[in-house]
Design a protein around this ligand. Structure first.
Ligand SMILES: [Zn+2]
Ligand SMILES: [Zn+2]
Length: 782
């Protein structure tokens, strides 16, 4: 296949006129990433030559500078995070020190003088790493994967003999730490803890994992081991600070990528408005998936091998089907070279797909981000994204599939009709400039902390001087555990009093409450479960529930019985639940005055109730109607950030009492939608509320709150990034070409007030007032 020139590929796509007319004005920005030459360096002198030879046999002649820089820090016994792009060889950066120690340790009497614990967020990734290590075959190093599928014999062998153990945080939490005595030999020799895909540890899950790692450090200390943590992360804001919050100790960062790269063109592509009307007659843009199916067709005809990333399995199927249909009309012999990849495949099926892509038998694949982890494809000609995947890490991981090594490639982000995507279409610096999105987690959340303190006490009596390691809230939380009779104070420290396993108190990936079972009506078969807290909005009566790509309709939801009954259906619409909420301020922890305006963060109690759902036509987003629901309210104690704006300030900006509600409400919607620019979350992780005269603040107020019990750091991140956040909200609303508000700016799909009142024009004025007062004070500190 001839070398592909990204500029030519893009030019040919733009020259095509399609059903919606000229394509040129849909491209809002093209970012050219020039080719980058690699910076190779020598192998470190401490790396055993037998190990270096194995890498060289596999084509790695020398490491790149960033790999060696990270390896040197770890080798010196200090913790390090390497935060660089996809395909920058982060694995070598942690394998170099880890395997060097393990190889050198094979001379010890027990055959493992130094041990390594490798953690990955998914079993599949740990499996891939284990396979790759097996192929590398480092001399004398015994490698073992340790997960839920490992047999008892294999587990015994791993504990007694393995020097390099690959596992996940769940196994560490439920298995290794509670049974640490049986791992004594391994833990005593533990030199490195590798934390791969560290950016995946965010939100509630990340907060739990942070406490699991604090327990690990404590247990290691009891065996006189002090391992260095080596983290591999996607590029994020403040990688050292995030890594420190995750592992609970100092971490240095390596962020300069010295790997080679081919010239890449990134286009930001905004679909045109259609004749379809949305809620309150709002204009609606063409669906990103429809636009992507067109582009995929044109790229296939052009001979460019392309992957299109979409959000759901259902969308993957529909994009692949639409592309085949388009091809059938013009070049029917090509339609057999298009496939959908939905994830959940067996290893063999994945390898078949890899082989079909490598041989170019397949030219186009529509995939969910299941492709991100678990399949190795190199050197695609082009990548299409139907919508921003939610985080910069996912974005770069997906576009990184194109043009591996020095080969050029084309990547196109086709934006969806929402404020976040619309903002990115016109602010390329948010994607290509310095990252502002940080990995957010909060290990101090008392709901997260309590079960881990109990688990720690069950592992070894917890001594008062150890509490500091678990964060400032731990003394108070231990007291509560004593009051609840779970811990007892004795001279040596706090003890776990129960017969049950303390580790079972915490589910690292859940948010508490009995999960709701989803049952098929006809067969009584259990299809899956959903989180109790999420059930009212995901499996309410009438909701579309998608299971393995098959759409179902929810017939009934019984919250007392924790069951939802569903049946297979083929609705031509999607559903979105709408929620009303009420909020009480419990405690203000910090306030920064911006002139007359106040920015606050604190504890709140939110009462939320799913009140209705709306249906929108699949593919076009046309608004089909709203149906009321009768579900009980739920109360949540959490954290919030809020702004108070005195009525006098508003009226001087021409926002009278009658218009205040609509202006605040519009700004609140955009604030929620744009939060993911600054924190790794999606719009369901945060909620909001605005009030023209909130009883607890006595002023017009906009609240944005964390949707998880106790909060996991979103409110704090919003507070710290308040100025940038408000600027982005103002710019997003002001730049939208609609007149009265649309899904691309101030309308919210989950608004319990039916997107009324919303005053787009005055919300921009409100934000200008907020920012003018903020400017007087400059940036506030932390
Ligand atoms: Zn708009
Ligand atoms: Zn609303």
């Amino acid at each position: 296949m001839a070398e592909r020139d990204p500029a030519g590929m893009l030019e040919r796509l733009l020259a095509i006129r399609d059903v919606a007319g000229d394509r040129r004005d849909r491209v809002t920005h093209v970012e050219w990433l020039p080719a980058r030459a690699a910076t190779p360096v020598d192998w470190p002198g401490w790396a055993p030559s037998s190990l270096v030879a194995r890498w060289q046999e596999r084509g790695i002649v020398t490491p790149w500078a960033h790999q060696r820089a990270a390896a040197e820090i770890a080798h010196a016994g200090r913790s390090v995070v390497i935060a660089t792009g996809t395909a920058s060889g982060k694995s070598l950066a942690f394998q170099l020190p880890a395997l060097s120690a393990a190889v050198a340790g094979t001379a010890a009497p027990d055959g493992r003088g130094a041990t390594v614990l490798y953690l990955s967020p998914t079993k599949a990734l740990a499996g891939d790493q284990a396979r790759a290590l097996g192929e590398l075959d480092p001399p004398g190093v015994r490698i073992a994967a340790y997960d839920g599928d490992t047999s008892r014999e294999e587990r015994d062998w791993a504990r007694r003999h393995a020097a390099y153990v690959l596992t996940n945080p769940d196994m560490l939490h439920h298995g290794i730490l509670p049974g640490h005595a049986r791992w004594a030999g391994f833990l005593r020799s533990l030199r490195y803890v590798v934390v791969d895909e560290a950016h995946a540890y965010r939100g509630v899950f990340g907060s739990h994992v942070a406490q699991v790692l604090r327990r690990l450090r404590r247990i290691c200390r009891s065996y006189d081991a002090d391992p260095a943590f080596v983290l591999a992360s996607a590029t994020v804001a403040e990688p050292a600070a995030s890594a420190r919050r995750l592992v609970g100790g100092p971490v240095e960062a390596v962020t300069t990528d010295c790997s080679p790269r081919g010239a890449t063109a990134f286009a930001l592509w905004e679909p045109p408005f259609t004749t379809v009307r949305g809620e309150h007659g709002a204009p609606v843009r063409r669906a990103a998936t429809a636009e992507v199916a067109d582009l995929l067709t044109d790229l296939v005809i052009d001979g460019a091998q392309t992957v299109a990333f979409v959000r759901s399995r259902r969308a993957a199927e529909s994009v692949a089907a639409a592309t085949r249909e388009h091809l059938d009309e013009v070049e029917p012999w090509l339609s057999g070279r298009v496939a959908a990849y939905r994830g959940g495949y067996l290893a063999e099926e994945r390898r078949d797909l890899e082989a079909a892509l490598q041989s170019r038998r397949l030219l186009a694949v529509a995939a969910t981000n299941a492709l991100e982890l678990g399949i190795d494809i190199a050197g695609l000609d082009a990548v299409l994204l139907a919508g921003y995947p939610g985080t910069r890490a996912s974005f770069w991981q997906q576009v990184g599939r194109a043009g591996r090594g020095a080969q050029g490639a084309l990547a196109i982000l086709v934006t969806r009709d929402d404020p976040l995507d619309g903002y990115l279409a016109h602010h390329p610096e948010a994607l290509f400039g310095r990252p502002v999105e940080a990995t957010v987690l909060d290990p101090d959340n008392p709901y997260v902390l309590a079960p881990h303190l109990a688990a720690a006490a069950a592992e070894l009596p917890l001594r008062p001087e150890e509490l500091d390691d678990f964060g400032p809230a731990s003394a108070r939380v231990v007291e509560t555990l004593v009051e609840r009779g779970l811990l007892r104070r004795r001279p040596a420290g706090w003890y776990w009093t129960r017969r049950e396993r303390a580790a079972d108190l915490a589910d690292l990936r859940g948010s508490g409450g009995a999960p709701v079972r989803v049952v098929e009506a006809r067969t009584g078969r259990l299809l899956g479960t959903v989180d109790a807290a999420a059930a009212p909005r995901t499996v309410h009566e009438g909701a579309v529930y998608v299971h393995q790509g098959v759409a179902h309709l929810v017939r009934s939801l019984d919250l007392d019985d924790s069951a939802a009954v569903v049946e297979v259906a083929m609705p031509d619409y999607t559903t979105t639940a709408r929620e009303l909420s009420d909020l009480r301020v419990l405690r203000t922890t910090q306030t920064v005055p911006w002139g007359e305006v106040g920015v606050h963060v604190g504890d709140v109690e939110v009462t939320g109730q799913v009140v209705s759902y709306v249906r929108r036509r699949l593919g076009t987003g046309e608004f089909l109607g709203e149906t009321p629901l009768d579900l009980p309210p739920r109360t949540l104690r959490t954290r919030a950030v809020w702004w108070t704006v005195p009525a006098a300030v508003l009226s001087s900006a021409g926002i009278g009492a009658a218009a205040t509600g609509g202006a605040l409400h519009a700004a609140e919607h955009a604030a929620i939608a744009l939060m993911p620019l600054f924190a790794t979350c999606d719009r369901w992780d945060v909620g909001g509320l605005s009030h023209p005269l909130h009883p607890d603040t006595g002023q017009p107020t906009i609240f944005v709150h964390d949707a998880h019990p106790g909060g996991v750091g979103f409110a704090e991140r919003g507070f710290l990034a308040a100025r940038e956040w408000l600027t982005a909200i103002r710019d997003a609303i002001a730049a939208c070409p609609c007149d009265e508000g649309c899904p691309g700016c101030v309308q919210s799909p989950k608004c319990g007030n039916g997107n009324a009142p919303l005053d787009k024009a005055r919300s921009v004025r409100l934000l200008r007032v907020l920012l003018a007062d903020g400017a007087d004070r400059g940036r506030h500190g932390r």
